[in-house]
Design a protein around this ligand. Sequence first.
Ligand code: FAD
Ligand code: SF4
Length: 326
Amino acid sequence: MTEVLPQFKIVTPDCVEAAIAALAGAPDARACAGGTDIVVALRKGLSETGTLVDLTGIAALRETATGADGGMVIGAGVTLAAIERMPEIGERYPAIARAAAAVAGPTHREVATLGGNLCLDTRCVYYNQSHWWRKSNDFCLKYRGDTCHVAPQGNRCRAAFSGDMAPALMAHGAEIEIAGPDGTRRLPLAEFYHEDGAAHLALNPGEIVVAAHLPPAGGVSDYAKIRVRGAIDFPLAGVAVATEPGSAGTTFRIAVTGTNSKPLLVDFPDALTGESNADAFFAAMQKAVQKAVSPQRTTTIAPHYRRLSVSALTARVARGLVGLAA
Ligand SMILES: Cc1cc2nc3c(=O)[nH]c(=O)nc-3n(C[C@H](O)[C@H](O)[C@H](O)COP(=O)(O)OP(=O)(O)OC[C@H]3O[C@@H](n4cnc5c(N)ncnc54)[C@H](O)[C@@H]3O)c2cc1C
Ligand code: SF4
């Protein structure tokens, strides 16, 4: 099989309702925003469709606004380049601007969208390959095969969610707005994802992501990732940390990507105060991250290395936020 695009029809709705109707009207229809992930998948034979629903003509998806609570609403069609450059995001939600700037390369970011990034397919070294490569390996459980080469005894796909934007939004307590044939709904972004590499999104047929809603930011935040190629690469693991100053000290919201089939919020409720032993505090934070993540053999880099490095990275980012760089 040569790696050329298969035949499909492109429809170009100009409003959310028309996009939903187009998606709901054809069971194999797929949404396309910037196309930087789905077009690659179609070329590699990782996805099939008879109808691609191009969302780029829907002006409402490209809007940003101040939320009713004083926070911010970012449309799903806003490009990552726009997010990276928007002063309001850089000042109020720096982790989000940093994450956007860390996705792929500059030309990708000019067209890649927030919605496409949040709905990014999971990744695995046995899956993101050419058709002939996967065929010679008898495909795999996620698509066309019956065995998972990462965990052959298991019955679910362990492919890793590797989007950079979700953890940054989660650390800032974002909610996601979804529109579909049954109307619109909102849920915390963390609940949008499942721990299943073959079905990781809580998106029903015909639904699209419309926007992300951010509450007002209370503290400061940052995002960092480890990757094989520093100039352009998916995260082997990435972490966003946002501080929440309070009367009982500073707490930290930590969200990780690249280690599981979904981005994770790490449970670490401890507060840093003037009396805290900082080294012990950040060592405990590091342990909490190590315990939460479960990287698998889905990349060429060893899972243990990813576990240790993302936990060390978390502590480094958190220390930097409170001026306690190690
Ligand atoms: C060389 C290369 C490097 C990359 N590096 C990174 C990286 O470092 N970090 C990273 O996070 N990503 C990376 N990517 C993946 C991709 O470029 C980004 O994730 C990008 O943000 C995807 O957005 P898009 O608008 O192009 O999505 P598309 O390709 O248009 O869509 C992606 C998926 O989302 C769905 N979708 C799109 N919009 C919506 C919507 N509004 N509602 C519901 N579903 C929707 C599509 O159906 C599709 O399944 C890389 C890609 C390439 C080719
Ligand atoms: S984790 Fe297993 S089933 Fe999932 S893509 Fe990788 S090899 Fe396939």
